[in-house]
Design a protein around this ligand. Structure first.
Ligand code: CS2
Length: 490
């Protein structure tokens, strides 16, 4: 089958929307670190829309920080790929044209640093997932003992972490008398702009105080809240895309129709017209971020663990289970009082809309995918909420069940005795704790609560919390996930 490419663009069916701007004349103003499915269905789509609205020098060069796969798929297609938007009433297809090229950091870190340091690079955006920040998720501070950070301090000109790459490039820019680029975190971290700024500054300070001071004085690290449900692309998606396109696309992305992007409007040297195409430019991102991380992601993670343990493969299935749907309502009732509503938003309506989104039967978002990297996700998704509820003396049963379900999940064996493929930077530690504790809920919960990078030093001392978690975990072992969630609702 012929491949999607600039040459075959003209032959696509009329129903497929494609870039009408002159791609050949597009200059790269953005370098995106971590060009995975999410960025290609979010930032790259917003940028494609912005280029349609007002053409400017805002093409994107993507960078893969680990594997060459994405580059290998996109290069033969001249950076083009299709985006299959899945609504309950049928799919919609478009071609995204904003990505011009893809670099693979480990193949040639210096080439990527040079690209980042180039005068025409004005924004460096990131979707490197929580663990890509090499920080302590409980405190947001740089982990100087992180293997990638240790490596990058030893080889500052051939870095492999996002932080190391950014600092190496800023060092070059400073030496060449160029202004810093805007560093734009698009990951699900609380205060992502501030956290990124702190990590970049701290890493720079380990090499050169004047560099750190220059970044502090001149750098721009706007905060963002990003939202769109984007499951990993499957072979079936690739086959469906080919059917709709009439040509082969090795790199389609799948996503729900809904998207949201709240961005703090502080850019060092311009940005695409994202605000003209639906992004919300705001002075304060925090209310959006709290709402999204606590209500969407907090519910997503809890549902992923409980749903997986209950035998549900996808979020749509899990949220369609009446017991788990009731659990979600109870969970949101605990979360909502801790969330300052962004202006004009009704949080009960927001929760209702989330349930509809989770329930979209056209999206097959695996509970296993969301269950990944819990150690990096729990603090901002559930634990901050729990701290606030405890301070207010308010009930936390549903939140505690979310945490207990994570604990049950990371034991690595499901309710039928089948092995769970637990993916997490701390998976080794979980396995060690789980082996020692066996099916003793008290021992397992206190072992896991002792991981300070997740729970800090305060939560293990909150007996209302530790007792609630141990009780739920005990029930997960003896009654199973479904019955435990049902008992909570009764
Ligand atoms: C999910 C998110 O995988 C996960 O952990 O909770 O990727 C979620 O789908 C997005 O944040 C939605 O915007």
């Amino acid at each position: 089958m012929t491949r999607l490419s600039p040459q075959t663009l003209g032959s696509l069916p009329k129903t497929v929307r494609r870039p009408s701007y002159e791609r050949a004349g597009l200059k790269p103003g953005i370098v995106h670190l971590g060009l995975g499915a999410f960025a290609r269905a979010h930032l790259c789509e917003y940028t494609d829309d912005a280029l349609e609205h007002a053409f400017g020098a805002w093409g994107i060069i993507g960078a893969s920080l680990q594997r060459p796969d994405q580059r290998d798929r996109l290069k033969p297609q001249g950076g083009l790929y299709s985006f299959l938007k899945r609504a309950p009433d049928g799919p919609q297809m478009r071609i995204i044209g904003s990505v011009l090229d893809v670099l693979v950091a480990p193949e040639n870190p210096a080439a990527l640093v040079t690209r980042l340091a180039a005068a025409e690079t004005r924004i460096v955006s990131l979707t490197v997932t929580e663990k890509g920040y090499c920080h302590d998720p409980a405190t947001g501070r740089l982990r100087q003992d992180h293997p990638d950070i240790v490596h990058d301090l030893e080889h500052p000109d051939a870095p492999r972490s996002a932080i190391g790459l950014i600092v190496a490039a800023l060092k070059l820019r400073k030496a060449e008398g160029l202004a810093p680029f805007t560093a734009l975190s698009c990951d699900n971290l609380p205060h992502n702009g501030k956290v990124l700024r702190g990590l970049v500054r701290d890493f720079a300070a380990l090499q050169d105080d004047t560099l750190a001071a220059w970044i502090e004085a001149n750098g721009a690290f706007p905060a963002t809240m990003v939202d769109r449900i984007v499951p990993a692309t499957t072979d079936a998606d690739i086959a469906e895309a080919a059917g709709l396109l009439g040509v082969e696309d090795a790199a389609p992305v799948i996503g729900e129709p809904f998207r949201q992007w709240a961005v703090e409007d502080r850019f060092a040297s311009g940005r695409p017209a994202w605000d003209e195409v639906g992004a919300q430019m705001v002075s304060e991102v925090a209310p959006f971020e709290f709402m999204k991380l606590r209500m969407l992601n907090g519910a997503h993670s809890s549902l992923a663990y409980l749903g997986y343990l209950s035998g549900h493969e996808t979020v749509a299935e899990a949220s369609g289970d009446p017991v788990l749907a009731r659990f979600l309502q109870g969970l949101w009732a605990e979360i909502i009082p801790t969330v300052p509503a962004p202006q004009g938003v009704d949080l009960t309506d927001y929760a209702g809309a989330l349930l509809t989104r989770f329930h979209n039967p056209a999206i097959r978002h695996r509970t296993w995918q969301i269950a990944m990297d819990g150690s990096q996700k729990l603090p901002q998704r559930l634990l901050g909420t729990i701290r606030e509820r405890l301070k207010a003396g308010a009930p936390i049963d549903h939140l505690a069940l979310g945490v207990a379900a994570w604990m049950r999940y990371v034991t690595g064996t499901d309710e039928t005795g089948t092995v769970i493929d637990v993916r997490d930077p701390l998976a080794g530690e979980f396995a060690r704790i789980a082996t020692q504790a066996g099916r003793n809920a008290q021992a397992l919960s206190s072992g896991l609560l002792g991981i300070e990078a997740i729970f800090g030093s305060d939560l293990p001392r909150e007996t209302a919390f530790t007792k609630a978690v141990a009780r739920q975990l005990d029930s997960l072992f003896s009654q199973g996930a479904k019955a435990t969630a049902a008992a909570l609702a009764a």
